[in-house]
Ligand binder design. Structure first.
Ligand SMILES: [Zn+2]
Length: 236
């Protein structure tokens, strides 16, 4: 079942492995079939070079295994909460990539400092609050997903397609599984650049940094994603 989706989720997981953002069995990518309400996700604890599309697990939106002999990623419930709250998300990726995770560990959002950020993220990439003891000791992975949704509040999840979970790491999403991995790769690059930029601001006595102009952010974001987008070649 869901052979096409499995193939894409497999390719997305392998892209994540090749990207250098994950080591060992870290990280996971999923994709959703919205019509059937089924999620395909990497199995838990299987190394990428031993992974095959047949190993991927299919779960429903209650977390029940619908197909697959492997236990799904331990983060499955987090993915499901994001899918349930953000209806246009088609794929989700999770990593512990170094710079994005460094921001998460410091509990700091990533401010937009330049057009690299603006091309992909239409504003500050938020960091969640710390989890409570109740959340940690309860349904931890589900609560992580709920925390992400809570953090977005009035924010537009389509414009800002990623989040930092406090003391943990980033989750990114996109129209499908491959797109979500692209967002993870760009997020890590943006976090690395922001880190360097913040250091340079400290060096010139402007600790905390000064974000880019809102007009420039809006210009770059809309030329790629807005209704009148003109970046790249027209889609037919
Ligand atoms: Zn994690």
């Amino acid at each position: 079942m869901l052979e096409q989706l499995k193939k894409q989720v497999y390719e997305a997981n392998m892209l994540l492995a090749r990207s250098g953002l994950v080591i060992f069995t870290w990280g996971n990518v999923s994709g959703i079939d919205r019509e059937r309400g089924l999620v395909v996700i990497k199995p838990s604890g299987i190394e990428y070079d031993k992974l095959s599309p047949l190993d991927l697990t299919v779960v429903d939106l209650d977390g029940n295994i619908v197909e697959g002999i492997c236990r799904p990623s331990s983060d499955t419930r987090t993915h499901i909460e994001i899918y349930k709250a953000f209806p246009k998300v088609g794929g989700i990726a999770h990593t512990h990539s170094t710079y994005a995770t460094s921001y998460a560990q410091a509990g700091r959002a990533i401010k937009p400092f330049g057009t690299t950020h603006a091309d992909y993220f239409g504003g500050t990439i938020p960091c969640t609050r710390k989890m409570t003891l109740h959340e940690i000791s309860g349904e931890y992975e589900k609560e992580t997903g709920r925390l992400i949704v809570e953090t977005f509040g009035d924010l537009n999840y389509e414009a800002i397609c990623g989040v930092l979970v406090h003391s943990h790491g980033p989750f990114t999403w996109g129209v499908d599984a491959l797109d979500s991995v692209e967002k993870s790769i760009v997020l890590e690059k943006v976090a690395h650049m922001a880190f360097n930029t913040e250091l340079l601001f400290v060096a010139v006595g402007k600790g905390g940094g000064i974000p880019m102009q809102q007009d420039l952010l809006a210009k770059h974001n809309s030329r790629k994603h807005g209704p009148g987008a003109y970046y790249g070649q027209p889609k037919n």
